[in-house]
Design a protein around this ligand. Sequence first.
Ligand SMILES: NC(=O)c1ccc[n+]([C@@H]2O[C@H](COP(=O)([O-])OP(=O)(O)OC[C@H]3O[C@@H](n4cnc5c(N)ncnc54)[C@H](OP(=O)(O)O)[C@@H]3O)[C@@H](O)[C@H]2O)c1
Length: 267
Amino acid sequence: MVLYQLADVETPVLSQFSLKGKIAIVTGGSRGIGLQVVTGLAEAGADVAFIYKSSTDAAETAASVARKTGRRVQAYQSDVTDRARIANTIRLITEEFGNGRVDIVVANAGVCANVPSLEYTEESWHYMNSVNYDGVMWTALATGQLFKKQGRGTFIITASVSATLVNTPQTQAGYNASKAGVLQLARSLAVEWADFARVNCVSPGYVLTEMVTKQPKELMDIWLGQIPGRRACHPAELKGTYVFLASDACCYMTGSNLIIDGGFTIP
Ligand SMILES: NC(=O)c1ccc[n+]([C@@H]2O[C@H](COP(=O)([O-])OP(=O)(O)OC[C@H]3O[C@@H](n4cnc5c(N)ncnc54)[C@H](OP(=O)(O)O)[C@@H]3O)[C@@H](O)[C@H]2O)c1
């Protein structure tokens, strides 16, 4: 088998972006970036199941995106840190929501905490890595087995600019290292899975979600001074990138990392 190619590579470009008839799963889809990914994929035509951990309004959120987009959207509670549980949830979604098939999986769930590196405990170190690194691997394992059986699929990971730069002035070595880890994990999977799946990463800069807006305002003022674009990203501005990576418009792209950061990583 070779990397999938469109039967007609001359297909008009906008129709290559369509996700009509596709089934997608997004982890961490209840809010923030994940919710916009769910919305974007549904707007492009996919039916989308999303996974959350503790949101209390996930069913209403799903119903609201379904109303807005006219697609099937459903919320499933799970935990990406639990290998067996996330595998069971992906299996359940495939059978119950996807009628035996899933085309797109986005490993987006993530957490961040500011901890001075000399103060990490087993617990605070494990907290971030169990979601951001192990959680991506457990999601990838269940997904890869499914895609291999199907012969085709697209896996997208939300990494971060923190995979390649060190954010300042806050201290977040654990977060940065977990994101650097998933970049190399994605590249490794892209090579191993080339005959049945594409694997790519999205690396946003500062995005206006709870992860960022809960931080002190003084930090945001410093960050804005570090970004050539002089503003943070609205999470809806990331929708197009995920739709592109999920679609047939980038059939030859695998193992890539798309940085969306207002120029933050350039200077
Ligand atoms: N915001 C930024 O500036 C930024 C920049 C670069 C990269 N990122 C990355 O983008 C991704 C999304 O971040 P965000 O800013 O949208 O964060 P957010 O608003 O805090 O949302 C986090 C999402 O992850 C889910 N989640 C957390 N732990 C989970 C677990 N153990 N199992 C399943 N789901 C879990 C949450 O579910 P509940 O709602 O149920 O808690 C929620 O849906 C993360 O990987 C983050 O590292 C964010």
